[in-house]
Write a protein of this length. Sequence first.
Lengths: 301, 301
Amino acid sequence: MSDFISWVSTHQSRFEEVLKRLLPQADAMPQRLHAAMRYSVLDGGKRVRPLLAYAAGELSGAPVERVEIAAAAVELIHAYSLVHDDMPCMDDDVLRRGKPTCHVEYDEATALLVGDALQSLAFQLLSEHRLNDDAARQLQMVKLLAVASGSRGMAGGQAIDLASVGKQLSLPELEQMHIHKTGALIRAAVLLGAQCGAENNRGNLTQAQLDKLDRFGKCMGLAFQVVDDVLDSEADTATLGKTAGKDADNNKPTYVTLLGVAEAKKMAAELHRDALDALTEFGAAARRLRELADFIVMRKY
Amino acid sequence: MSDFISWVSTHQSRFEEVLKRLLPQADAMPQRLHAAMRYSVLDGGKRVRPLLAYAAGELSGAPVERVEIAAAAVELIHAYSLVHDDMPCMDDDVLRRGKPTCHVEYDEATALLVGDALQSLAFQLLSEHRLNDDAARQLQMVKLLAVASGSRGMAGGQAIDLASVGKQLSLPELEQMHIHKTGALIRAAVLLGAQCGAENNRGNLTQAQLDKLDRFGKCMGLAFQVVDDVLDSEADTATLGKTAGKDADNNKPTYVTLLGVAEAKKMAAELHRDALDALTEFGAAARRLRELADFIVMRKY
């Protein structure tokens, strides 16, 4: 097992324990809601955003106990968006991470509340734990996640997605959609992970460095989506753990329908290179971020 | 026109302008989502929570420009909960504040995203504007709203509500539901309004004083719900601006079905008295809070 695979596996396990601890216990009132929240978040996913936060935290020397709180906040936003996305009025999907989706396992009303409560919990985590010695800077971190989640971030990307069904999008339009829908949270994961820490830490980053990291996050967010579209067009449902070929079936534009598989793969490779370029000045400290970039582009599921 | 009615009217108008300014403009991308967000928030409601925040701010001498940002955050959470509550999988209601509900005027998917994005915007407002000279204290304000909104607050109350349909609840169980569902946000409005300000302001409150205010908010939250149930059982749809008698029709327990109208009115009067008792030590500074308490209990719609 390579050192990187071991790092991923260790951090995925560690993060699962963090989530188990931070989510409301299933026997706490209201039990059904709390059980459904745990069902929707635990035991699933590659935890790409948390891994990026851990890796960005290593780059800046941020304490891992802080980084994983920020990572959990980002992952709860991601998890809530999946729960709402799968509902009948959105994508109407029955399978997620190899399990019945939340509204299938529970019911629609519960799924709606699960998403709502997970979003609240994300902001609770970012505000109740000390994540930066400078509270004013931590407020900026809260704002960063709020903007990334809202109508000019993830939720806005989903609205653009809704409006695009059955339409012929141009490549720039498709890019705009994904920069919001997937990209915003991936960038937030990187930036939040890097900013956890003491104000005068050796690891504290300049604005120019944060801009480089943001550039890395932006490229990786797009690359992630392009690779997703390629995998969705090539893989089968069992491997993906979610319904394959669904976007094309739903007449949603994808990088593959727009560019073809070969060009889409080339685009992913270019974004990968741009992402790595943005890390140049960080040297050895950015090792895990580089390895994650490779992992995200090379993955098979 | 009495001085209090004039105060209410002035602050309602002022607050409407605040919301218009803080909500994304309808011509900003994605336009349909932003238009639907404005449709769901503007031009409706008595603004009870913002009025409580303004009144609590007057009690502590907090700058009104800060108080109304906090008030807007609370009102956006309230507005999002109404949008989601009205959806077919929850209460399936078509009328709200005399207008078609969001999913009727737009569509279900948009209504889902409107609620999600309004919640994000609430936390954006609380973190991007300076609301207290002490940033650490402001982080605690963010936490307060997150807890009040989440699975142990408003969303949790809605889950208890869902579970109670068709069941015979005891009075303590009904109270637990409403303390979460309606009460949590009303308490948050009072506490956030009072905490906006400079750390060493003359108006800064002791923990004991905040506890008194919390007691006031708790009593008013329950009183508000009891009065709502009484009005719902007596008024007609045109006066309420929403579908009347709906809870009883849906076989949901209410204070009126549990206690009868006369006892419910008596309970509201007792809660009103308890609320006023909690304000005793504040003297003249709590004048607007007292008047609002009267208004909430005496209202006819």
